[in-house]
Design a protein around this ligand. Structure first.
Ligand SMILES: [Zn+2]
Length: 260
């Protein structure tokens, strides 16, 4: 189930991303593309990782990518938000979040067996790192942007806590703590669109950028090779999964349950 949530969201994130980028002005569109791309990477990789049946080597690679994407989506979300900040401080904010993301990715790639609590704290730390910029976001983006950032931040934070504690775990077989975590991610990822669509009269370039706070994401740019291949990979994973259903489904589900 957990892989399906993100797999199903992947084409929607693509469409959402196209809308988001199309509505934005040039600088904003570039920043939105970064957000959209990181969201598609997250959903696409997660779908492939959680839905497919992989050998130990492929699984080790996919797990690293899946976890690295959490840092990417965090920085990817801050990128459009940075357009709201005065030019002088923008570079500092972007360096902070992208530097933090790079450090986080290096940490996850080289120490994949790090304790769960430790890397969860790292995700949260990067997610909330730019909280000091809230007044700056509010000045340009208004209360609506702040509300989105706070709601998005809380959704991701709740997801991280559920993930770290492994509870609530309603139905370990069908919809356990990991699925709760994925569902919360999706809720946060779609916030930018929800915040954006009702007021798409782009009178100011910045209003195009309402992405939620934190480690979220939801949109996407037009089809590029990476996306197209991700989409194909996602479809492949879905087909694989279908084929495997029935034979040893139970065993397979047990295997996937350990995948985090
Ligand atoms: Zn997952």
């Amino acid at each position: 189930m957990r892989g399906w949530l993100h797999t199903a969201m992947f084409p929607l994130s693509l469409a959402g991303g196209i809308v988001l980028v199309a509505l934005a002005r040039l600088a904003a569109a570039a920043a939105c593309s970064v957000y959209a791309l990181s969201a598609c990477l997250l959903l696409g990789t997660s779908g492939v990782y959680h839905c497919g049946t992989w050998g130990p080597r492929a699984e080790a690679v996919l797990r690293r990518l899946d976890h690295a994407n959490i840092f990417l989506i965090t920085a990817g979300t801050y990128t459009p938000l940075a357009v709201l900040v005065p030019a002088g401080r923008r570079l500092v904010l972007l360096s902070l979040v992208w530097g933090g993301a790079a450090a986080g990715i290096a940490f996850r790639v080289w120490w994949i067996k790090a304790p769960r609590w430790l890397y969860t704290v790292c995700y949260l730390a990067l997610g909330w790192a730019a909280v000091f910029y809230l007044p700056a976001f509010a000045r340009t983006g208004g209360i609506a942007v702040i509300a989105l950032i706070i709601v998005g931040g809380l959704l991701y934070t709740t997801g991280a806590v559920v993930y770290a504690l492994k509870r609530p775990d309603p139905s370990p077989r069908w919809f356990g703590f990991h699925e709760v975590f994925h569902a919360l991610t999706i809720a946060a990822l779609t916030l930018p669109l929800r915040g954006h669509l009702p007021r798409h009269n782009m009178t100011s370039g910045t209003s195009a950028l309402a992405p939620a706070g934190e480690p979220p994401g939801c949109a996407r740019t037009g089809p590029d090779p990476a996306t197209t291949s991700l989409l194909a990979a996602g479809a492949g994973a879905v087909a694989l999964r279908r084929r495997d259903r029935g034979k040893g489904g139970r065993l397979e589900a047990t295997g996937r349950a350990g995948r985090t």
